[in-house]
Design a protein around this ligand. Structure first.
Ligand code: NAD
Length: 381
């Protein structure tokens, strides 16, 4: 069978779902590989590099979709792409199945199998295919770099002949995958880093990375995410008030705030209010990684960078992984390659779509003319 990767058509998207290295691995599984001409260029992978890795270069997207049995891409496909699916094809990409009913219907009507990368269950066995985590890791790192690029001072404190420089103070709100990557980056750059999460079980991880966990003066414990499969749930009004009071206290102190707080299938909770922005020092920077879901900061503008009247820069970009396209493509292509390994038990270049397998079942959103989203809860936790 043939695996093909088209050029991403989403405006500004620089990632690509197959790299020359991943193509070599896919060929070891018995597949032929094809790529649309120029598909890797924005991520730094030339047609020549793919050709050297034994990948066929296909001139048009239409031809690529026609000749590939399995299409691997990054972004949610649009209608034109979905209409190119047929009964015998498998599509592997981000798909946003919870907010893409039309796409699900179209893929179903074509009889194609669709594997949605954001639906890979978050269990140990599937970590190697977990593209949400690999992309969140990049977003967390890049958020700190972006903040640094917009911050007029060092992260680390210094005593030099030209004077004493205080270290930057960074607050990370939400210590999931992106938040932890941001903590690691900020502490390694030498900042004094604080982190807050509603899940108390992350405190140890936060502290082991050299950051200080922010505890609330609250009579109940910080919520226990274990009750919701490791994810946060909506906070009680009292808890939220205690959280906001703590943030108000921190706002004049911190130089950089990186917010990553999300609750699955909901708009992002608003945690950094207008008065907190007003209380920050001029030159401070906020990077809102929740911008896609409405933002954690009241003043965030999605996909833009703004500077407030009191001199606070607020960054609401939603394309951090694409801003590091070579790294992101390498990790994403590896996630896809691992998915293909599980889909090819005999390593004979033939896909076996085993719906008894928790991971494959969990990620499959259309199959044999049916919508198979949402999946049943995974058997293994
Ligand atoms: P996410 O992107 O959904 O959320 C980011 C963080 O925001 C979470 O830590 C959440 O607790 C936090 N948050 C939500 N509301 C908040 C609020 N009001 N204030 C402060 N913080 C708030 O989460 P994620 O990074 O995708 O992952 C979260 C969970 O999933 C963790 O338990 C993680 O260990 C688990 N996970 C497991 C696997 C795996 O086993 N394969 C992989 C990735 C993540």
């Amino acid at each position: 069978m043939k695996i093909g990767t088209p050029k991403e058509i989403y405006d500004g998207e620089a990632r690509v779902a197959m790299t020359p290295d991943s193509a070599l691995q896919l060929q070891k599984l018995g597949y032929d590989c094809a790529i649309e001409t120029g598909a890797g260029a924005a991520a730094g992978f030339s047609d020549a590099a793919y050709e050297a890795a034994g990948v066929e270069i296909v001139k048009t997207a239409a031809a690529l979709w026609k000749e590939a049995d399995i299409i691997a891409k990054v972004r949610q496909p649009n209608d034109t792409e979905l209409k190119r699916l047929t009964q015998d094809k498998t599509l592997i990409s981000f798909f946003n199945p919870g907010g893409n009913e039309e796409g699900l219907e179209l893929a179903k009507s074509k009889g194609a199998a669709v594997i949605a990368m954001e639906m890979v269950p978050r269990i140990s066995r599937a970590q190697k295919m977990d593209a949400l985590s690999s992309m969140a890791n990049i977003a967390g790192y890049r958020a700190v770099i972006e903040a640094g690029n917009n911050f007029g001072r060092f992260f680390t404190g210094q005593v030099t002949a030209a004077g004493k420089v205080p270290p930057a103070k960074v607050l990370i709100v939400g210590a999931g995958v992106a938040g932890l990557a941001a903590i690691g980056t900020a502490t390694s750059l030498g900042a004094i880093t604080y982190a807050f999460d509603v899940r108390p079980e992350v405190a140890e991880q936060v502290e082991s990375m050299g950051a200080e966990f922010v505890y609330l003066d609250f009579e109940e414990e910080q919520q226990d995410g274990a009750a919701t499969g490791g994810y946060a749930s909506v906070s009680s009004p009292e808890f939220r008030e205690a959280q906001l009071a703590k943030f108000r206290e921190l706002a004049p102190e911190v130089d950089i705030v990186i917010t990553t707080a999300l609750i699955p299938n909901r708009e992002a909770p608003e945690l950094w209010t207008e008065d907190m922005v007003q209380a920050m020092k001029p030159g401070s920077v906020i990077v809102d990684l929740a911008a896609e879901k409405g933002g954690n900061c009241k003043l965030t503008v999605k996909d833009e960078k703004i500077v407030t009247d009191n001199g606070v820069t607020i960054i609401g970009y939603t394309d951090f992984p694409s801003r590091m396209a070579a790294q992101a493509s390498t990790l994403y292509a590896t996630n896809i390659r691992h998915m293909m390994t599980d889909l090819t038990p005999e390593k004979d270049g033939k896909i076996v779509h085993n719906m008894e397998d928790d991971v494959i079942r969990g990620a499959t959103v259309t199959f044999e003319g049916e919508i198979t989203f949402p999946p049943p809860p995974p058997k293994v936790a």
